[in-house]
Structure formats: C-alpha cells, structure tokens
Design a protein around this ligand. Structure first.
Ligand code: ASP
Length: 346
C-alpha cells in the first residue's frame, strides 16, 4: 500500500507542470494495420485503439500529460455529419476545462481537411486543436504516424498555436484548416495549402510559425452547433464535359437545401447544369459555384452572371469545404446575400 502511495506521489510530481492534452481518436491510416506486415500495401484503417497509438510514442509523456479518448474508429472515407457534431461538442466541452491546454485529433487523411474546417467554424475556444494522421499504416515500414503524433502534441502545447484556428500537423508542416488540402493519394508530403502555403513547421517537436490565418474562425465564428443533432443537407455535383442532366436532377430532388457545383475552370457550368440549377434556384435551393481545379478563386460573375442567375460564388474554398460552410450557413439563414457574405468572411 505504502509503495503504491509513493508511486502515485512520484507520478503526480512528474506530471506537475506538464500541460494536459486530450487525444481524441477517430481512426484512419494512423490507426491502420496490415495483415501482410511491413510492405503490404493493403491495410485496414481504424484497426488500432487510441491507447495503442499513445503507447507507441512514449516520448509524448516527457512533454505532456496525455489522455486518450476513442470518439470513432473508422477510415475517414466514412466520416459523417453525426461524428462531426459529436466531435465539435466534445472538443468544446473539454476546452472549457481550465486544466486542458489543447486537443489533438487523430484522423484519416481522406477527409481530414473537411473535419478541420468544420471544427474551425464550430469550436468556441482559442486553445489549440490539432488534427494529425498518417499516410502509412502503423504496421508499415517507416510508418509516419508516431513522429506525426509527437509533432502534433508539440503543436498543441505550443503557446504560439493559440488563436490560429484549427490546425493540421502532418509531415513536419503546420497548415491552417481553411487552406489545407490533400494533394497526393499516397505520398507522405500530401498536405499542402495551395492558395497560401503552410503557416508553420514542426521539426522533431520544434514548432515555428511564419503566417497567421486572417479569415474568421473559432471564437470569432457565429456558427453554434451545441444544440444541433443534424445539419442541413448539402450535396456536391461534379462538372465535366457532357454532363448528363439526370445526375443533376437526382441531386436536386434528393431533398438537398443546397448544391455545390464543383465546376470546371472558374466554376463554370455545362449547359445541362445551367438548366437544372436554374430550376433548382427558382424552387428555393441554394446553388453555390465552386471549382474542381484545386486552387484559385471562383469569382462572382466570372462566366456566370451570379446576380442574374441567383447563384453564390465560393471564393477559393474547395467544393468539399464549400459544402461545410454552406451547411453551417444554412443553419442561420436562407438569404443569398448573407450566405455570399459568409464565403468572404470565413
Ligand atoms: N482512407 C484513409 C482514411 O482517410 C487514408 C488515410 O488515413 O491516410 O482514413
């Protein structure tokens, strides 16, 4: 008994002074495991628990007191609105606690940028929230997860990370939630911010910032999901040569309150899309023009007269992020002018 007490006191004294970080795990390749071992290219995402992830990086305990929570354990290709709401609520709850310094969220890389942007607009705190994942599974040769996780915890406890909105820390780079995009299907250097560049770097735990996001986020965001159990339905449809109208009509008649067109070039519309969307707009559905290009702005009134057509332009948000913002915008208003303003503010 005495020995246990001495040990507890010893542990407490070690913990004293170290910041408390919660690691909320959602799955992904960082928690992936391959049956065929170190060189197997096939693996299952979300197979390893948060406890195992943390155990693999004991160095984290030198810098922080870390508590793990399993929020989900999925490949992020299966991420959904329900888990987003659950995550936002849990993050807000934890960050209200005085003793919590920051949060790290382990996440699959496929939809990491969407989750990051959703939280960027719904977390009500300026404490750091950092998303991290891996491109190689935990059983892979040269797995990138452990160092990425170590770096993410370092970003979460760094004073300069405060007030920068939700961050993504991957492959020694720090990116702002609004800007970051996955740009390569398999490479470890996949996360880039094509319109602005990374905002910082983290090298074996050494954090440096070069830029600060200027668009409104977290505490300055007007979106509040604390009382919501679902989000307005918004769908994305792709622009390409020879678009069949049936595809568009299916999306429009699916009950969607909003449609994002991942258009060609400057968010331009194929003639069938112009017909279908014109009708949808008349029926009160919000149509927002975005671009499939991957960088650059979809300008209001480019090759589509948005004033006349009744559509919204999504600035330089990717179609997937435009969907996130339109869903949140529709929780507040159906007014097109107001929704357009959101795309310039956030
Ligand atoms: N499909 C995986 C996921 O997003 C890919 C990854 O994590 O890298 O969960």
């Amino acid at each position: 008994m005495k020995k246990v007490l001495v040990l507890a006191a010893l542990l407490a004294s070690f913990a004293f002074g170290k910041p408390l970080v919660y690691v909320l795990a959602t799955g992904g390749t960082i928690a992936g495991s391959a049956a065929g071992g170190a060189t197997d290219t096939a693996y299952t995402s979300g197979a390893v628990t948060v406890d195992a992830l943390l155990k693999a990086v004991p160095q984290i305990n030198d810098i922080a007191v870390v508590k793990g929570e399993q929020v989900a354990n999925i490949g992020s290709q299966a991420m959904n609105n329900e888990i987003w709401l659950k995550l936002a609520k849990r993050v807000n709850e934890l960050l209200k606690q005085k003793d919590v310094a920051g949060i790290v969220i382990t996440h699959g890389t496929d939809t990491m940028e969407e989750t990051a942007y959703f939280l960027n607009l719904t977390v009500k705190s300026d404490k750091p929230v950092v998303l991290v994942g891996a491109m190689r599974s935990s059983t892979s040769m040269s797995a990138d997860g452990p160092l990425n996780l170590y770096n993410a915890v370092n970003v979460a406890i760094n004073k300069e990370s405060k007030g920068k909105g939700v961050l993504v820390a991957m492959n020694e780079e720090i990116h702002a939630a609004r800007e970051v995009q996955k740009t390569n299907t398999t490479g470890v250097a996949t996360f880039k911010s094509p319109n602005t560049g990374k905002i910082g770097s983290v090298f074996y735990g050494n954090v440096k910032y070069y830029l600060s996001p200027v668009r409104a986020h977290t505490k300055a965001s007007e979106f509040d999901v604390s009382k919501l159990s679902e989000l307005p339905k918004v769908e994305v449809v792709m622009g390409y040569a020879n678009v069949d109208r049936a595809m568009l009509d299916a999306a429009i008649s699916s009950g969607a309150k909003g449609i994002i067109n991942a258009g060609v070039g400057n968010g331009s519309l194929y003639p069938t899309a112009e017909e279908a969307f014109g009708k949808a707009i008349k029926n009160g559905i919000i149509v927002a023009r975005s671009s499939r290009v991957g960088s650059g702005e979809t300008t209001r009134g480019g090759e589509t007269n948005d004033d006349k057509f009744g559509s919204i332009a999504t600035d330089n948000l990717s179609p997937a992020k435009a969907r996130v913002l339109l869903m949140l915008g529709l929780t507040k208003t159906n007014d097109k002018a107001k929704l357009q303003e959101y795309f310039y503010k956030y």
